[in-house]
Design a protein around this ligand. Structure first.
Ligand SMILES: C[C@H]1O[C@@H](n2cnc3c(N)ncnc32)[C@H](O)[C@@H]1O
Ligand SMILES: [Zn+2]
Length: 425
């Protein structure tokens, strides 16, 4: 079935143009003047922007179950005293429920692809398959320098690779997810890197989020985190490092020379008072920096439109320079840079790209008067402006109605799962 989106104002990081878009199967096949009879299904995009779906490059999707249960805490206290004790009680049903809820929240706020690191990832994959989104998923490995734990974590990662890589018509790919340099042994990191490179898989890891982490790694290895990861041969263009807040000049060079992809998580970094990543500086060095929300317990939503705005504002105030991180820069982070980071053929509206598209209703008071599309997207829009979402050429939401799953049912399942989980703590 082909879909014709007509009367569109097409906006991507390359610019704005009017026209129609023809989708066949999973791809954009034509853009411009297109006869109505070429489309089996017609979507009238008058008064709508059509943008590339937003790409969230750092999430822990099932943590929607933990939304709001441990606010106003520093990262390590938050993890050690609240989150990790709760995560001991997780199971595949809870992770499935939390992932379904997260998928709906992402569809409704214009995200079409994401990069998830968590647990029971085959259950998370089942939720993604059902909701129609695109994702790179990884089992979060934490071995705390324990040999038995290391073996178990690697075994689980390989199980998820075998079971889920390429699932859902190729919308799901699997990466390796060593949690961080402070929770993973050097042996686990080296084994992970070897396995990922041999199987052409990406690696997703938290690096240099807090000053405490820097101190821990310096004490343990006599180097800063990115220096240490470089020293053990872990870094490469397949590595996606989330946070990257506390960096030395030398480490920015290391990131650049190894073509490491950075996922910037401004809201999480601010909420946990971790710090401010030198994003403008990394972009000036042509490092690929994309955007992520982190989990819904350290944000606490998954709205990438909001994340874009806050990313732009944070750099401006950090450098006391309003020209830093323009609307266009941050729109690129959330679209084309995200696509590069996850290795997906999306992020731009061009013939041959995946049909991962979002319609934004500009006939709303918060986008009136309608002047500059990219400025409106970054500084004014929020999830409520999103009306229709298409991923892989399939309509997941049309005119604010989610097509793939019953939203009310999912909210109930997730609410109950969260109640049950919290009652076990
Ligand atoms: C996959 C693992 O990562 C943890 N996790 C969630 N948010 C963060 C963060 N900001 N920094 C480090 N770890 C985090 C999850 O709680 C889980 O234990
Ligand atoms: Zn995280």
């Amino acid at each position: 079935m082909s879909i014709l989106i007509k009367n569109a104002k097409i906006v991507d990081v390359k610019g704005t143009r009017k026209g129609s878009i023809l989708i066949e199967d999973d791809k954009i096949v034509k853009i411009g003047d297109i006869r109505e009879d070429e489309g089996d299904k017609i979507i009238d995009a008058s008064d709508k922007l059509v943008i590339p779906g937003l790409i969230n490059t750092h999430t822990h999707l099932s943590m929607t179950l933990f939304r709001g249960i441990a606010d106003d805490l520093q990262l390590h206290k938050w993890l050690e005293n609240y989150i990790w004790p709760l995560e001991k009680h997780l199971n595949e049903d809870y992770c499935y429920a939390g992932a379904l809820l997260g998928c709906i929240e992402m569809i409704k706020s214009g995200t079409t692809a994401f990069n998830d690191m968590y647990f029971y990832m085959d259950s998370v994959a089942k939720a993604i398959e059902k909701c129609g989104l695109r994702a790179v998923i990884s089992h979060g490995m934490i071995d705390l320098n324990n040999e038995d734990k290391m073996k178990k974590e690697i075994k689980e990662s390989k199980r998820i690779v075998k079971k889920c890589h390429g699932m859902a018509d190729g919308r799901i790919s699997v990466a390796l997810g060593p949690h961080s340099p402070y929770t993973c042994s050097e042996k686990l990191l080296k084994k992970t890197s070897k396995y990922a490179n041999k199987n052409n898989l990406k690696i997703h890891i938290h690096v240099s989020e807090t000053r405490e982490e820097i101190k821990t790694i310096k004490e343990r290895y006599g180097m800063r985190p990115f220096e240490y990861l470089d020293d053990i041969g872990f870094l490469g263009e397949n590595v996606i490092a989330a946070h990257a807040v506390w960096l030395s000049e030398e480490e920015i060079k290391i990131i650049k020379n190894n073509n490491v992809k950075i996922s910037h998580n401004p809201v999480s970094n601010m909420k946990l008072a971790s710090g401010i990543s030198p994003v403008s500086k990394m972009l000036d060095e042509n490092i690929t920096v994309s955007l992520g929300t982190d989990g819904a317990a350290s944000n606490n939503n998954l709205d990438m439109l909001e994340e874009m705005k806050i990313a732009a504002l944070l750099q401006k105030v950090h450098y006391l320079d309003p020209t830093k991180l323009s609307a266009k820069d941050v729109f690129a982070m959330a679209t084309i840079n995200g696509a590069k980071t996850l290795g997906i053929n999306a992020g731009l509206i061009e013939v041959g790209k995946k049909a991962d598209l979002v319609l934004i209703n500009v006939k709303r008071c918060n986008l009136t008067p309608f002047r500059n599309p990219i400025s409106h997207l970054v500084y004014s829009a929020n999830g409520y402006n999103v009306t229709t979402v298409i991923v892989d050429g399939k309509i997941l939401m049309e005119d604010n109605v989610v097509q793939v799953i019953n939203e009310k049912e999912v909210m109930e399942i997730a609410e109950n799962a969260s109640d049950e989980l919290l009652s076990k703590s």
